[in-house]
Write a new protein. Sequence first.
Lengths: 421, 700
Amino acid sequence: MKPRQTIVPLTILLLAAISLSQTAAPSPSLGAEDPRVRGPQFAKDSAPEFAWLLLLNLVSPAKSGQRGVRDPGKSVGAEGVPSVWETYRNISTIYLPDGSHPHPWNDQKELPLPPNSPFNPSPAALQALGPVDSPAIHYLYEDRMIDGNQICTLDVVNGIRKPLIVRYDIRDDRAAFDYIVNSPSHHYLYNLDGQEEAYKDPKFTFAFPEDAIEIKASWRILKPTDDASRYWTAYIAWEEQGNIKFARGGLTGIHIISKILPKWFWATFEQADDAASTFTYFGATIGSAVGRNLTFNNGATKFNVEFDKLLTGTKWAFYQLQGWQTDFVDGSNQPVLLANTQMETSFEKTSSCMSCHLLANIGPLSSVRFDLWDMAGGNIGGYVGNVNFQQIAAQEFPNVTFKEMDYVWALRNAKPKSKGN
Amino acid sequence: MSYLTLPQLTFKGNCFCNPATANNNDYADVFDIDKLAINPSISPIDGSTVQIPDMEQIFTYMGPQDAAGLRAWLMGLIQGQNLDGGEYGQQGHWNYYGDNATRFEQTTITGYAPLTNTDIPANDPLLGATVSIVGNTYFGKPTDPVIVDVDPYALVTSQIFSNGIQVAGADGTVLINGTGGSRAFSYFIYIYKNVDPAARGFQPVSSIFVSSVPSAQLQINSSGVNSPALSDLAAAVQAGAGLNMRYCFYNAIYDIEPQDLQKSFAQGQYIPNPYKGLVLGTIGVLQPGELLTAPLGRKMYVQNRFQYQLGPGCGSAPVPANAPERVVLVSKGPMAQPAPPPTQATLGCTLAQVDSVNRVVWLDTISTFPECNVQTNQKLDIGVMQLHLLYGAGQRVPIGPIDYSQTPYEARGGMVSISWATNPQASLVDQNIATGTLSIFSVDRNQDLLLEIPGIDIATDDRAIYFQEQGSATISIQVAYKGQPPQTDTPLNLEYWMCAKDFVNPSKPQVAVVDRYFTVEGATQLPNTSYNLGLPPFCPPSMNQQSVITDRVTVPPGGKLTLNLTALRSGVSMIRFVDPSVAAVTPSFAWDNVSYAIVRILPLDDFSQVPDDQVKTWTFMYQNVFSYFSLLYPIMSKRMPWGPPNAPDDPPNVATFATQIRQLTDPQMWNSTIYMPITRELSAGKRALIERWCNLVMQG
């Protein structure tokens, strides 16, 4: 699917914003532009603007019943309508537990429940969770970050603080989905068997198409009585001790990656209150607030002010770009650090999305995929800066061949194909 | 060389040490150190009664299903005589929840003695700068160095893992950054460091540690800072091979009494009880070819007991008139109760460096002369002390006086320079200094209190080695005679000792190995060497007589030899290096007058035949790996909630840390302060099992 051919200069958008009253909804043209049409150089040279325009495009309302398609007649922030990105496929519906072929792209199933399951929520049950902006249900299959740690928000009852765990979902757009599921190379990458065949094929290289997008989102629980005025809200569901639980969710963070660049374009946004409202949680103990993003790029400030102004009156005005990454190092050859306090809380100082994701790998069946973490000098942290895949592979597993998986760690969620599939 | 000569940075401050103690078998025979297994029947120290839990005198441990009960038992209370400063102690001893963190606190540079004639102004940025030993980083966050006993039963096998040192100015500017570097091993445990009758805990004793950072891992920010001292140091390091640091931990005590700690545990407050004390040290320049961790210089280890009296200012608390006689011993716990002061002591082991060109002897008196007041750290007045040189047939010449008073001791980190340049008998000293015997002489007593060793000195950086059953390892040693390598073949005896393994007590003596733990290639067995150890009365009399397995090796000219060890069975023991050309020296209780290395052989655990389906189950991993660590080092359960049921217990949560567990237990992390297990007692077989489990979990 090619990006839309609409380019709206930022100045026009700003003028449009000035003419708007405080309470008027943004124009439906806001978010109409997919900045990818301007080409990869725009992403490289105007990264923060590209990031914001991409976000606007992705948080635009989606057409009813059509995954990944923007509804040109509705405004960003329109209530009662899911955002485009929310209609992307949850990877839990791509990498199925039995390794079977995923349902077609537009299949609306989200929860790991059979259609006639009594655990499917009734409309009344969902309504009782509180008003939401988006009617989408997000199945959050991850309850912790990649380092195993958790964060939470607080539920204070009778003066006692209880943790409400922050959870995550990852979603792929049509282009990424098709690459994994309907690859023209016929290496089906949605299960381990297909990936291993791809590994063994000397002619095959993992290479997502340039219009692929992947999103990772973090959600907090908002009780019916909680103030949700500053959060994009939707229903969230998760599994707990064999049962599916539901709640109203507030979006606290969103990673966006786009294959517009060969090494992907990486950007991350956080909700404005995250620093003080989310807390570390370990060993059944609530820790300290996560604090401000240590990798915040000051160059984002100007754009945050401008775009939040454009989004006045919508929930998206409370989200801010934290940073972006288009290369491993900056112009001074210093490692580019990028993290989200909701997703890389304990290792922000050693977080480079690109450096870590470069190491997405697959090896022979009998080997494991090598690790995320850099252990040089007896320290442990994320890889940052320039990273040599083959060198690291050789260090961890000498004499074993690994293939790069085009920066997509999510592929390791694939399971073996069950017999009969 | 090294810190024994100029330039010398002196630093002073506080030390913090938080070792876990359940594995010490001090007040209960909790585990078997050779098999690394919890004992099936666990009893408290002789003469004590278990008060909590509920008069459960003996704990029967059948397996991990009893882990919750054992944990509760270890956090209980026992009553007896001479327990932790009173009549109570804990089965897990004074710090069940220690995390082994070790660091300097509020430690600053108090002086700099330059190599050249540089004037060092009082406001030099290096003076007053903060000195730290640093740990590795865990996801960008600094961790503390860790102190680990090679033999947790023993008093004399501590080592500190760190990731180097850092010196930072008052404004936070990093002046010296040394990354990596060596371990530091405890030496010269001095049991008379403070003879205050009120001294408790570790207050009577001290230990020194030596470590180095080679030049390649060192950054000295002399160009960025206007500091003549730093420039002088940088120039010296340029001509040398790095930095060498020696420090002494002393006058240390922990805060929480056993009854109070037991109450905290009972209330669900699982708190640590670290000991805190003083640190005094010196940083100097490492020279090429010098060992990184072994004390250098000429060794003064021959200790003669002397009489003393406590004078004005000594003693920090009144001693009851009817207090029992104090038994001087090395104890990991406080003394039972104050007692009349002992009247005899020895000086602590001392190092000397002779500079014949400038006619100076540098003495390292960091733990030579006792203090006598734990509040003021006042030095015990033992009269006029001189450095003498003995030579020829019973002849001697005084080299110069030794000022051991408190102010210069603290200001100079125990370093004393004694010049004989203006000595009327300077030429006599010149002629004999290289071959004579140094002595610290008490003028008042007309007695040599501390003498240079008569024979060879044996040193090694392989102070503590770990390997596997059926495996092999090496220990490289250097031999010197009065600081010079021998030019002929030199016979060397190897004696095999171990900490008494069946004796539950905070102060276990070293006794002879009965069945070898390893062999040394090329060593020739000799008749056993017999010793009468003269142990304190709390040790069984049968321990006094020791017949020690003894081998002989030959050190080639040049003084360097590598010993090749082959494991026979798992366990921990020591090799004592002995010069057979001199009369046998009985090791002191604290082994401060002994050259030795510690050898730890881990069991051969083989789980390779266990199928994946079984390995992947939590029950299997808990029973075979995690349960042991959760019991002996419960602090780990706070980080990895692997139980037992009455501790943080969340197996799925532990599984999500599989990738980190695999990395933290990776052998390449072994020297890191974040390596797991902290105690370094993970066998290769169990490590391979953990790796398999982690891989299976990660694969889903």
